[in-house]
Design a protein around this ligand. Sequence first.
Ligand SMILES: Cc1ncc(COP(=O)(O)O)c(C=O)c1O
Length: 452
Amino acid sequence: MKFVVDQQVEDIEMPENLKLNTFLQEFHSDCPHPECNFGYYGFAFGQSPFPVPKLIQEALIKNADKGAYAAVPGIPELRNAISKYNKHYFGLDVAPERIYVGPGTKELIFNLLEILHGTVILPTPAWLGYLPQIRFLKKNYHMLPTRANKKISPNDLRKLALRLQDRQKILILNNPNNPTGLLYDKLELEEITDVCREQNILVISDEIYALTTYDFSKFVSMAKIYPEGTFVTNGLSKSHAAGGYRLGYVIFPQHTSDFRSQFKKILATEYTAVSTPIQHAAVAGFEISKDIDEYFIVTRNIHQIMGEYTYHKLTSIDGVKATKPDATFYLLADFNSFALDLQKAKITTSQKLSESLIIHPYHTAIVGGDSLVLERTDFSARIAYVDYDGAKVYEKYLKNKPKSLSEKTEFVKKNAPKVVAGLDMLVDFFLNLRKDNLSELETKQSSMVSPS
Ligand SMILES: Cc1ncc(COP(=O)(O)O)c(C=O)c1O
């Protein structure tokens, strides 16, 4: 029997997690070379390598007996803990009633897009999670390409908003940003807010990477700057390395009690509530404690060390630019100065670049421009620097914290050999590409001058 798939599903873009798995399975067939049996150098997956904090694991075990359904917006203990957590880390005064819990921020962002009327403004490059949702919901949307600094230009935002007919618009702000690793400062957020107020733009501020900010004193939540128009989403996935727990939350803007009742209908219809034991475990993750605080500090310091090594290695390639990350475990590398060399090697799209890097002899997985909502011919790529044993590296860091640049370099070399070797592969790929094209050119030139 053949089943007919609903057109709406056929039409949506493949979400990032499926796209990546399919790609890696398709292109990483077993290599016949015996030295390649290690798999591949993984710069593609956006997952924290660290173990889930012990406190959360223990709380989950202790609450395994909680078999009853939870209240739709979340258990009161958790909403209270999240409220205090937001006060402590982000200086936000949000009553627990303004916080709803959901199975991951991805789902909550989808729910917000379901409930909010209006055209979506999606700055690019972007995390590929948003676009399939927007398409699935058949929402009007416009890309807002960023300029050289890879951040939203308030002027461009204003120009775009002036062209849109909708009385309400929705800006997706991802701060700190996946894929660039960049952080918006207070002034930048204020300038965006001015335009939002003027043009009636609501903001979904995806702040899932907030606590990975390397210099945490610099992080400012959009809810502080634009409290009446910002929906903040955050959760356990990145800061607590617990993506598999599927727990996120949304903070609603001020004065939204009617709106929240409507939102509750959506959650109750779609998933009733988040798993009760997971909610109890999450309380331990959001309660302020020395252990969790130390976990944030250690993990973000390690991300920073890996990020700086990655940034310096990639930008040592002549012509390669990269964002210098302030947070997250990603940076955006720009290989467009190699466009001609790539085209000569018949690598005409970012997808082809990803394919050429995954096959022998490079075995290196990256996320290409087409998966970052960029043009197919944009040779930018997201590099995630997380291919190491997080539990081991965490312990090593605690025993001996590297301080100087040379100690940090040594730390990466000792503890993240696959990051180091994978970056060497990337360097080799681009140097070889240039060399091959140069020698081809020289052969052509010498055959032109030699008498035939
Ligand atoms: C920018 C961004 N937002 C949201 C998510 C999804 O988070 P969650 O696990 O809470 O659904 C991710 C995961 O990769 C992400 O990178």
